[in-house]
Design a protein around this ligand. Sequence first.
Ligand SMILES: Cc1cc2nc3c(=O)[nH]c(=O)nc-3n(C[C@H](O)[C@H](O)[C@H](O)COP(=O)(O)OP(=O)(O)OC[C@H]3O[C@@H](n4cnc5c(N)ncnc54)[C@H](O)[C@@H]3O)c2cc1C
Ligand code: FES
Length: 273
Amino acid sequence: MIANLYQPINGEIVEIIDESPTIKSFVIVPQSAFSFATGQFVELTLPGEGEAPFTPSSSPTVTEKMEITIMKAGRVTERLHNCAKGQPIGIRGPYGNGYPIDEFVGKHVYIVGGGVGLAPIRSLFLTLVDRIGDFKSVVCRFGARTPADFIYKDALLGPWQKLDGVNIKLTVDQANGDWSGNVGVVTTILNPKDVDIANAVAVVCGPPIMMKFATVNLLEYGFDPKTVYLSMEKNMSCGVGKCGHCMLGKYYVCKDGPVFTYDQVCKYPKIWE
Ligand SMILES: Cc1cc2nc3c(=O)[nH]c(=O)nc-3n(C[C@H](O)[C@H](O)[C@H](O)COP(=O)(O)OP(=O)(O)OC[C@H]3O[C@@H](n4cnc5c(N)ncnc54)[C@H](O)[C@@H]3O)c2cc1C
Ligand code: FES
C-alpha cells in the first residue's frame, strides 16, 4: 500500500509560552521521535480547523519534542492561540530544504531577523552555537516593532549575549518602558564592518519589507548574491510540490525552498510579497 503523503502523525501541545501580545510558542510532543533539519518546515494540523506551515524554532538535536512559535495571523493561527495544554495536534513533514549549515563552515554567519522571523532563526542559532568552533563568528542583528514585540527576550537579553563567538545587537522601531537599546528599523544596526564580508554568509528572515531592505543593504556592503540566504514564506497548501500554490518562478517554495539564495530568486517578480 502507498503511504499517504498527507497523513499527519499525532502529537500533543504540552506547554504554551506567551512571547509577545501576538506571538506564542507551543511545545509539542510527537507520538514518535520526529527529526528535522534547521530551516525545514512542518504542516501543523489543528483537528477540525485546518493546517498551516510553520518552521520549528527549537534545536533539531531534540527529537522527542519540538517548539513552534506562532504569530496570530488568521483563522488557524487564531484557533491555535486559543488552545490549551493537552490539545491533540497533527504534524506532517518535515518539508523543504533547510539551511545549508556545512556551507557556512569557516565563515562569519551574519543573521538579520525581525518579528516572528526569529522563529526559524532561533533553531538556526541553536544549531550554530552547538558547533560554534566551526564558524568564524555568529553575528545577529534583530529588530521588533516595540520592546514588547521582541520574542525570546530572556535568551536574547541574557545568556545568548554571553556566548563566545556570538555578537548580538537589537533594535526596536519604537521605544517605550525601560528600553535602552537602539531605536530604528533593523537596517540601522547593520554595518559593513561587522564582519569580513569576503568570508561571510548572510541569513535574512522576517517580514517581507524588512527582508527587502536588509537584502539591499547587504548587497551594497558587498555580499555576493550567492551568499545571502532568504527564508521565503509563500502561501502554501500541500507542502509537498503537488498543488502549485507556492510557485516562485520555476521553484516550488515548499520543495525547493523555503531557503533560497538571493541569486536564485532575484530575477522573479514579487519575491517580497
Ligand atoms: C515555510 C513557512 C514557514 C512558516 N513559519 C512560520 C512560523 O514559524 N511562525 C509563524 O507564525 N508563521 C509561519 N509561517 C506563516 C504561517 O504559515 C501563516 O501565518 C499561516 O499559514 C496563516 O494561517 P491562518 O489560517 O491563521 O491565516 P489565514 O486566515 O489563512 O490568512 C490570514 C492572512 O495571512 C495571509 N497568509 C497566509 N499564509 C501566509 C504565508 N505563508 N505568508 C504570507 N501571508 C500568508 C493570508 O493571505 C491572509 O491575508 C510560515 C509560512 C511558511 C510558508
Ligand atoms: S504548497 Fe503545494 S506545491 Fe508547494
